[in-house]
Design a protein around this ligand. Sequence first.
Ligand code: NAD
Length: 401
Amino acid sequence: MPGAHLPQVQLKWPNPGSNEPPSIFNQPRILTMATRKLLLLPGDGIGPEAMGEVSKLIEVMNRDGNAGFETEEGLVGGAAYDAHGQSISDSDMELAMAADAVLFGAVGGSKWDDVPYEVRPEAGLLRLRKDMELFANLRPAICYPALAASSSLKRDLVEGLDILIVRELTGGVYFGEPKEIIDLGNGQKRGIDTQVYDTYEIERISGVAFELARTRRNKVCSMEKRNVMKSGVLWNQVVTQTHKAKYPDVELSHMLADAGGMQLVRQPKQFDVIVTDNLFGDMLSDVAAMLTGSLGMLPSASLGAPDGKTGARRALYEPVHGSAPDIAGKGVANPIAMIASFAMCMRYSFGMVAEADRLEAAIAGVLDDGLRTGDIMSDGMKEVGTEEMGDAVVARYRAAA
Ligand code: NAD
């Protein structure tokens, strides 16, 4: 049975031990509606190739199971710049705001290295995150047993690894003002970035982490640098207060972010959910990612706040990898990160937990069968291209119906 080889602890629906779904998933409008509106933004490089495999799956699901996905496609990144001179057009941005979820491929490439900063490919992604107010970035680091040998750490340290990093995405030093380079007039310049967090930002991101922990092993580790940063002191205080007021049943620990980085490579399985700010989350989630073997395997989700009336959250799902210009157009990209992002989309945006479990089990099954794209290839395995890997996952998914 394919799912038998997945790590034991999976995100579950509904909340184990309770009749109610945890409020992070509480989306009554989406759970009962007939159509599920998806905006596909394949982007640049390998983005369209990987997205093609998800489109295939969506088509099959609509045909076989009446899943009711309604898809539209837009341009983002360099592709949007070439067409409109913008990294995402206003009309595609409107589609994103109206969609139940956005699936994003990847952006960027040397072709657009010299375009103005404001319209560089990455600006499209930043605009989506900002306008959709996607403040919570979820990055699971799961080590499939079939791939444990390709981690840079020893097998016993990573086999069965299942960590979820919850990164604050819309605040902190990437957005704080002032943010500038000023001329000091003496031949020197000064570069300034500002790390800033307000109480509500820390409350809402830690709330997401606590809610998710309840669906897993019930542990949250909060990481900051309270020893040298005022924003770290506040972060620590607010997480502690939020825990005490609303989530006392969850086990909470605190760690300095640099020590957290060390612990991630020393003994990664000690963690369940890690919650941290934008900058530290950026780095720590990349460290955690590498524990699992390949960039081509890693999905992510970015969620907004629930709508007051409907409970639905804006959401964007994307693989962690970039546009991989070195292999773009060759048909060799690993589509699993993109497909696993779609599994997260079904789980978080549509409450399709059985389908998400089935899709993740199909991925594990295909790996157990020995199929590998070039990035995860090892001795004795069968090397396949993007389409063959996508077809195999779809076939496994259908077979498990
Ligand atoms: P990258 O993730 O594109 O590639 C890093 C390495 O991993 C490359 O050797 C690539 O071939 C390999 N790789 C990545 N995804 C793979 C997959 N699915 N299958 C097989 N191999 C895969 O990172 P990079 O090379 O640093 O950046 C390339 C471009 O992507 C740059 O323009 C960068 O700005 C952009 N980028 C975009 C995003 C995004 O869209 N969210 C994220 C990171 C980088």
